[in-house]
Design a protein around this ligand. Structure first.
Ligand code: C5P
Length: 317
């Protein structure tokens, strides 16, 4: 029988289910270093968790099963062991020495393969929900270790807020920055494969089309501007080394970036490996107005008005 632990009593609902939410992220700054022997790139990034949330619900059951509704359901998002949520369940069960028994459901608002760490958010939410459902009493440190094994962005999805990521992105230094910033996320019709974008960056650097030492540089200015403002200064420091390869693979994103600034964003960049375009705007009203204008103009399939920072994966009340 499940019993309440980390989430406390009351987090397990009357039907025995537990729900956790986790946020999308924007890389406000992403500097990609050399390719490592393990196939990952050394990087320095400033992560910002934003108010576009997925939720994962877990019920007691025999064996594992997974269903998905919302963004990417029936299409890009697998419902078997290829899904990071499934892998998170197996990993937590092995770690804790319990049986991987749960029916899992993901309700997705974060688009798949969009550069917003949607799969990572789902994995982080699954770890938190299943820890409560199974009573495995993991510490946040335990969960962070498991998260890093699932993917480079999963530890940040767990922590949320603002953090500096190094290594392959999984080594985090949380920032105390709490200043609210408002953003518009312009979501394209089809996704981009993260490994493909990294490989394209390697190719552009190998052929000299992009200078390896002329990238995003140090994140100090962006961290200061994120904390202290003003937004116009922050806009000038937005930088992403994956933008050039994403634009090479998807030239249509140039129009998306231009549309974002044309609709009033103070600055815009490709989020992570793309293809989502993130635009920094003045406030919530500007975000809502810009998002509506972009969709009406047909610049993006979808546009979300969001803000950050928001907390990482946590149990729903
Ligand atoms: O860690 P994650 O599974 O999200 O990474 C997906 C892929 O993105 C990796 O297999 C690798 O090709 C690329 N990647 C990278 N360097 C990083 C993070 C990801 O090359 N720091």
């Amino acid at each position: 029988m499940p019993h309440a632990t980390a989430g406390g009593p009351g987090r397990i609902h009357g039907d025995g289910s537990v729900t956790a939410h986790a946020p999308a992220k924007i890389n406000v700054h992403l500097a990609v270093g050399p390719l490592r022997a393990d196939g990952f790139h050394e990087l320095t990034t400033v992560y910002l968790a934003v108010s576009l949330l997925d939720s994962v619900t877990a019920w007691p059951d025999d064996g594992l099963s997974l269903t998905v509704t919302g963004e990417g359901a029936g299409g890009d998002v697998p419902t078997d062991s290829r899904n990071l949520v499934w892998q998170a369940a197996e990993l937590l069960a092995r770690h804790a020495g319990v049986r991987a028994d749960a029916a899992l459901h993901i309700d997705k608002s974060i688009p798949a393969a969009a550069g917003l760490a949607g799969g990572s958010a789902d994995a982080a939410a699954a770890l938190v929900a299943l820890d409560a459902l199974w009573g495995t009493r993991c510490t946040r440190g335990d969960l962070a270790g498991l998260a890093a094994r699932l993917g480079s962005d999963v530890p940040f999805s767990l922590v949320g807020g603002v953090a500096l990521g190094t290594g392959r992105g999984e080594q985090l230094s949380p920032s105390l920055s709490r200043r609210r910033t408002d953003w518009v996320l312009g979501v394209a019709g089809t996704g981009l494969s993260t490994p493909k974008v990294y490989r394209e960056l390697d190719r552009l650097r190998a052929t000299g089309q992009v200078a390896a030492d002329a990238g995003a540089g140090q994140p100090d200015d962006v961290l200061t501007a994120l904390r202290d403002g003003p937004d116009a200064t922050l806009a000038g420091f937005l930088a992403n080394d994956l933008q050039a390869p994403a634009l090479e693979l998807r030239p249509d994103l140039r129009a998306g970036l231009a549309a974002m600034t044309g609709a009033g964003a103070l600055g815009a960049l490709v989020s992570g490996s793309g293809p989502t375009v993130a635009g920094l705007v003045e406030d919530a009203d500007a975000a809502a107005g810009t998002a509506d204008a972009l969709v009406a103009a047909g610049a993006f399939r979808l546009a979300h008005a969001v803000h950050g920072p928001v907390p990482g994966a946590r149990l729903a009340g």
